[in-house]
Design a protein around this ligand. Structure first.
Ligand SMILES: *[C@@H]1O[C@H](CO)[C@@H](O)[C@H](O)[C@H]1NC(C)=O
Ligand SMILES: *[C@@H]1O[C@H](CO)[C@@H](O)[C@H](O)[C@H]1NC(C)=O
Length: 364
């Protein structure tokens, strides 16, 4: 029997030392956790949200951006493609890869090639879509919405964004400009990065409907995807979609069916339709995969975004608005001609089969 009266002085000393140690450890833990995003650089997680245009990646990007531990940037590869708009995707992929590599390491000096002079954070593509660029330390205070962010944070220098990047435990980059996993192998093999790939796919019929609405915006990108080939305007959309479907298939096969050792456990396939049907469960899954904890604020944001009213139109091509996500993801069924549906199913047959999208065979 252990009795307190028999405790001798040595035991007491030990207890005091143990308590002291516990207090120090707890204090350390408390300090780390009371600053929501200051995990040690060693435990830092880097995430590539890999998708293609019009596949719901803006929405999923926001799911990351809204999290207080995440430093998020939307499509930094846009700068590379825009500067080299007469080029082809194959030539540009290593440049995009190297740009991402530097950004993951919070080295923003690579942006000098695209943003000369003394660039501002607001020169980054779609910068107001990054919650991190609209909050301290990148911005003087946390802003409530995009328009306020534009007003309050637009004059911050890019070096502020770089400093901010270093303080977050998770760096998430969204990219639509990779068509194979092989070009990012060096990132996956970089032990410092601990890179996780979230591969978002969407039913190509819904992608096509959405692309129809934003064909003008996507024109330059389409030319690059098609390697500047001269394709008739009637065939153009289908040829781009063919490339996109082919890329999804390649990435999925490489990531899940036949991964090299350094890819194991680092790849997750997400279908947009599943997220639309079951947002909280799916997003929880994605968070678990990358080691993020769900917060009440993110939960509430997801609810607002997925249950709200409003329909996406052309002028909202790059926006996410609160609307009924499940309904939007199925809108192609009524808004796309059957002849188009058939053609898309032909062009994307293999990808649809593998990714589990059922084809329809009649107008009905
Ligand atoms: C954005 O937030 C500001 C400050 O809270 C508010 O005054 C403004 O009306 C909001 N704008 C929009 C478009 O929601
Ligand atoms: C592209 O092809 C069309 C007909 O197929 C032709 O009229 C046009 O001159 C071509 N353009 C270029 C830049 O080769």
């Amino acid at each position: 029997m252990i009795c307190c009266r028999k405790v001798n002085i040595n035991t007491l000393t030990l207890v005091v030392i143990l308590q002291g140690t516990a207090a120090v450890l707890f204090y350390g833990w408390y300090i780390r956790n009371s600053f929501h995003h200051s995990a040690s650089p060693k435990g830092k997680v880097h995430i590539l949200l890999l998708s293609s245009w019009r596949s719901g990646s803006s929405f999923l990007g926001q799911v990351f951006s809204q999290h207080p531990s995440v430093f998020y940037l939307m499509e930094p590869g846009w700068h590379v493609w825009t500067k080299n708009h007469k080029s082809g995707a194959k030539v540009l992929r290593t440049t995009v890869r190297d740009l991402l590599w530097s950004l993951y390491k919070c080295d923003f000096s690579v942006m000098n090639a695209y943003l000369p002079g003394n660039p501002l954070s607001s020169s980054l593509f779609m910068w107001t879509w990054s919650q991190a660029l609209c909050s301290p330390p990148a911005c003087p205070f946390k802003t409530a919405n995009e328009s306020q962010c534009r007003q309050v944070c637009h004059a911050q220098s890019l070096s502020k964004a770089q400093e901010a990047c270093q303080t977050y435990s998770h760096v998430v980059l969204k990219e639509t400009r990779f068509f194979e996993l092989e070009s990012i192998y060096p990132l996956l093999q970089d032990p410092v990065l601990n890179l996780h790939v979230v591969h978002l796919v969407r039913d190509p019929r819904a992608v096509m409907r959405s692309r129809d609405e934003s064909a003008y915006i996507l024109h330059t990108d389409s030319a690059i995807v098609l390697e500047q080939r001269n394709v008739s305007s009637a065939e153009r959309q289908y040829e781009v979609l063919r490339e996109i479907c082919r890329s999804h298939l390649n990435i999925y096969e490489r990531g899940l069916l036949n991964p090299p050792p350094f890819l194991e456990g680092r790849y997750k396939l997400v279908r947009f339709e599943d997220v639309a049907q079951n947002p909280l469960t799916e997003i929880n899954d994605i968070y678990n995969f990358v080691g993020l904890k769900m917060t009440p604020e993110v939960k509430e944001w997801i609810y607002k975004m997925t249950q709200g009213k409003g329909k996406g139109g052309w002028n909202e091509a790059f926006k996410i608005t609160s609307r009924n996500a499940a309904e939007v993801s199925e809108a192609w069924r009524t808004e796309l001609q059957h002849i188009k549906v058939k053609k898309i199913q032909e062009v994307c047959k293999a990808a649809m089969l593998l990714l589990g999208y059922k084809t329809v065979n009649s107008e009905g």
